[in-house]
Design a protein around this ligand. Structure first.
Ligand code: SF4
Length: 275
């Protein structure tokens, strides 16, 4: 510290103390005196970089996850999502983050709710029994699985009580925390149509909580992109009736029409009751 600064501080500190104690009225200074102080301040050289004081880093706190923002590539987004620690309870329980798979320039994006045990283990969405059925639906639509992009609203498997098996639904707050990542994925892929699979995905993506029967079969919107809501394939595994399969298929026919895909007579007739 320079001698000039020492002198200025020596003069100022006692005066500030007395002001704080209310003993003296605030000092008055002439414009000439103020100019002299400014000259003194300008004469003080900046402290060298090595001498600057830094707050000690918090060693125990994890680095905050980068906030979704513009400027991502799919690779940089993947790196950020795989390192995300916004939900400490899911970070502790997850095997891995399930980012999403498929064509990064797909016309069609399927959105599920969250990874289950199989997805958590394999790091890929829709790979369990329900995922296999979803893949069959994709094939019946005339796509390969690699043609579309598949992701969940929640990227980490919802934690389960110790010793419990199965999967639990993601909570609204968990989905709201993770939604910005999906939003960035969709902004990068720029699909022409999104399909939300099940009521939980519809809630996570669009905030809609009406019964699925009231939401399906018509168009909604996310980021200006048409969204079709339909039943989750797990629902079709539980309810194998022809009529429920047909409802999902009718929703997929609407998707194909929206994409301008040619629909064959065979496709139109899927899951209709025999005459
Ligand atoms: S669920 Fe989403 S927001 Fe939460 S830790 Fe996993 S990636 Fe991050």
């Amino acid at each position: 510290m320079s001698a000039n600064l020492h002198r200025a501080l020596d003069a100022a500190i006692p005066m500030l103390k007395t002001i704080r104690q209310g003993v003296k009225a605030p000092p008055k200074a002439s414009s000439a005196a103020l100019e002299k102080l400014r000259q003194l301040a300008r004469a003080i050289p900046p402290a060298p970089q090595s001498a600057q004081v830094h707050e000690p880093a918090e060693k125990s706190a994890p680095a905050p996850a980068p906030e979704p923002s513009e400027g991502w590539t799919m690779d940089s987004l993947r790196t950020a999502v795989l390192a995300c620690e916004k939900c400490p309870h899911l970070v502790t329980s997850r095997t891995q983050v399930v980012f999403g798979v498929g064509n990064p320039e797909a016309d069609l994006v399927f959105v599920g709710e969250a990874p289950g045990a199989d997805e958590d283990e394999q790091g890929e969405p829709f790979v369990g029994l329900a995922g296999q059925l979803q893949t069959k639906i994709i094939l019946a639509m005339g796509f390969q699985r690699e043609d579309v992009f598949i992701a969940n609203v929640l990227k980490c498997r919802p934690d389960m009580p110790s010793g419990a098996s199965g999967n639990r639904k993601p909570k609204s707050a968990e989905m709201a925390t993770c939604l910005p990542w999906l939003s960035e994925q969709i902004a990068l892929v720029k699909p022409r149509v999104i399909v939300a699979l099940g009521a939980v995905a519809a809630e996570g993506l669009l905030g809609l909580t009406s019964p699925l029967r009231d939401l399906r079969g018509r168009w909604h919107e996310f980021q200006g992109i048409p969204v079709m809501i339909t039943y989750h394939p797990a629902y079709l595994l539980r309810n194998q009736s022809l009529s429920e399969k047909r409802k999902v298929w009718e929703d997929m026919l609407l998707v194909l029409e929206k994409l301008g895909k040619k629909i064959t007579a065979k496709q139109r007739a899927f899951f209709t009751a025999p005459a």
